[in-house]
Design a protein around this ligand. Structure first.
Ligand code: WTA
Length: 629
């Protein structure tokens, strides 16, 4: 934390334009009248039937919101816009990496989504089924999610960078019958081989009967009879009518399942529902990004992560914004690709990650300076703490010194922003500032006692909120244990982050306090990396830790104990790195693999990663009284 951080006050122009001009009073109202506040936000949306009760907290921590209401997020994200002038407004502007462009008005979006919805129905998908989506960043990825929601099926989007093993594991957990994919996408001038990965995964997924593939790159791929279909072939059939009724759902029906890493090897499928999620995401997006009708909003995440679910797909469409999507690498063919597109399409709001900013920073100032970025009004950051240096570069070179940076702290589990500024909030580089409306957030010690300002502790959220995950798919007990057991008597949510709060009530996130790593903003479990390593025949035991890395925020370092008979070598080191990358995806590739004679363990046999970390950083080892020897 920067004890004496500089304060950036909003310019009069920003304050003048802001929809919300005052934080403290509205915040006070929102926490003292939480249910009223959320009911007022919910009233801005369309409901097929109004709720009987805003919040049901009778089965903590399994909260329910807008109980008794009938809705479908698609009624808000698409259908209601068709009856207004928004119908002919652009919903999506997409640019492919080779430079091809496709645009869709809300009217066209409805057509595409309805066709896909009818195709899914014709393939036997019903309300309550879970469809797995494994796609590159093409508009069809967004259509696919929306099409599932429209017919009441839940989607499970698996990030297109994951390996066939990771994909198969997620398909099997969700028991998907139908998978949607593409032949590939373009990345750094080359097509990725997505369908090949799916083909491999489907060798181990007994439940899958149908796989629908979008043609993007035109690569040859194996298509199995009676299982594989091209989307464009299906769209030419009478089954693909452009008219489809939106299924009316209960507010608490599952909208999607999204797998994320935790502290064991098995990824957990977080469940989000139609009603509360639509209220929470659209409210946070509208207020924190101060959405105006004319905005062009670019969230440069992948739709495969929660950021892409909440702030590419759902919230902006509910708010009737024009979203921009880009398929490929930020530095292809040159490091000004992003800035060129910001200028070309008149983007007003850019929301990205500290890793992406640091990555573009290293090419120097001349690239953003080549372009007129004055159309930008607000910038956003998400995924990991932003270092003040990157913050200032982003603010000065991309924002021209005029754009507030909306640093948003949240998680897959929270559905939407929990701590973030409004455009009017005085900013301190590196701090996500204050809680979003309705949320009481604190930093406490292990007994739940609030620590003094400036001291590190556990971040806790003291109240329920509409966007919260409802459970872990098929494992409610794990949900309760992971997030609610730590501060059970107080009834607080425990996100697993450590943080400090300063004397002005600003939050400074330090990082994860559990066995979860953020590498380039991607979330990985040390246990997943370790289990990939132990899967190698030469490895007896392994430990993975994160160490600070200039570009990635954290990088993965592994400590490996070999089986007797196996000898350390450069070749084996490379093989092990490849093993992890093959199993978990390229993002998980370890920075270094160290061969060791023993691993520090507690007497009960748990690996003390904390000790490995302290050793690697040359720090004091702390309390090692539980160490085995
Ligand atoms: C981290 C991403 C600091 C945090 C939306 C959290 C952040 C984890 C920020 C969740 C931020 C996210 N500042 N840290 N603005 N945003 N994090 O589920 O450690 O992929 O617990 O959700 O990312 O990662 P997830």
């Amino acid at each position: 934390m920067e004890e004496n951080a500089e304060i950036y006050r909003p310019s009069p122009v920003v304050v003048e334009a802001a929809n919300i001009k005052e934080y403290n009073q509205l915040y006070k109202y929102s926490v003292e009248n939480r249910e009223d506040f959320w009911a007022e936000q919910a009233e801005k949306l369309f409901w097929h039937k109004r709720w009987d009760k805003v919040l049901d907290d009778s089965r903590k921590p399994f909260y329910k919101w807008f109980v008794g209401a009938k809705t479908n997020i698609i009624s808000n994200a698409i259908d209601r816009h068709l009856a207004t002038a928004t119908r002919n407004k652009l919903a999506i502007i997409w640019e492919g990496e080779p430079g091809d462009v496709r645009t869709f008005s809300y009217h066209a979006l409805n057509r595409e989504v309805s066709q896909m919805a009818n195709i899914l129905k014709a393939m036997g998908v019903q309300k309550g089924h879970i469809v797995t989506i494994y796609m590159p960043q093409v508009p069809e990825q967004v259509f696919a999610m929306l099409a599932c929601a429209k017919i009441g099926a839940a989607h499970s989007v698996v990030y297109g960078g994951f390996s066939h093993e990771a994909l198969a594991e997620r398909i099997n957990d969700a028991k998907s019958r139908v998978v949607l994919t593409a032949d590939g996408g373009f990345r750094r001038g080359k097509p990725t081989q997505l369908k090949e990965i799916v083909n491999k995964a489907l060798e181990h997924t007994p439940t899958v009967e149908v796989c629908i593939t979008v043609r993007r790159t035109g690569q040859e791929t194996f298509m199995e009879n009676d299982r594989d279909y091209w989307l464009h072939d299906l769209k030419a059939l009478p089954i693909a009518s452009p008219r489809c009724e939106t299924e009316v759902m209960d507010a608490e029906d599952m909208l999607f399942l999204l797998y994320t890493s935790g502290s064991t090897g098995k990824p957990k499928g977080l469940v989000h529902t139609h009603g509360g999620y639509q209220v929470y995401t659209s409210t946070t997006h509208r207020m924190a990004f101060d959405i105006k009708d004319e905005d062009r909003f670019w969230c440069a995440a992948d739709p495969g992560w929660i950021t892409g679910h909440s702030y590419i797909t759902y919230a902006p469409l509910i708010n009737g914004s024009t979203i921009f999507l880009y398929e490929g690498a930020p530095n292809h063919p040159y490091p000004d690709r992003w800035w060129k597109m910001v200028e070309k399409y008149g983007i007003n709001i850019l929301y990205t990650s500290p890793t992406a900013i640091r990555g573009l920073m290293r090419f120097g100032e001349s690239w953003p300076k080549k372009h007129d970025l004055s159309g930008l009004r607000l910038l956003g950051s998400v995924g990991e703490p932003i270092n003040p240096e990157a913050w200032k570069w982003y603010h000065r070179l991309v924002g021209g010194g005029n754009c507030p940076i909306i640093d948003t702290w949240w998680q897959t589990e929270t559905g939407g922003f929990m701590i973030c500024p409004l455009p009017i909030t005085p900013l301190k580089p590196g701090s996500a500032t204050r809680p979003f409306f309705g949320n009481e957030i604190a930093v406490v010690d292990d007994h739940g006692v609030e620590v003094q300002p400036g001291h590190e502790g556990n971040l806790v959220i003291k109240n329920p909120w509409p966007g919260m995950a409802r459970t872990i798919f098929n494992d409610p007990e794990r949900f309760r244990k992971t997030y609610w057991e730590r501060f059970e008597s107080q009834g607080w949510y425990h996100p697993g982050d450590s943080a400090k709060m300063d004397k002005d009530g600003y939050f400074w996130i330090i990082g994860r306090s559990d066995d979860v790593l953020k590498v380039s903003g991607y979330r990985l479990g040390t246990a997943e990396v370790e289990s990939a390593l132990v899967g190698h025949p030469a490895v007896a035991e392994a430990a993975a830790i994160g160490l600070p890395h200039e570009l990635k925020g954290n990088s993965i370092h592994c400590f490996v104990l070999l089986k007797t008979g196996a000898a350390p070598s450069r070749a084996l080191e490379d093989e092990l790195k490849k093993q992890v990358a093959d199993q978990l995806g390229a993002i998980a590739r370890p920075e270094e693999v160290h061969f060791v004679e023993s691993l520090p363990k507690t007497r009960s046999g748990k690996i003390m990663r904390r000790v490995l970390r302290a050793q690697a950083l040359g720090q004091d080892l702390g309390d090692i009284s539980t160490l085995e020897e």
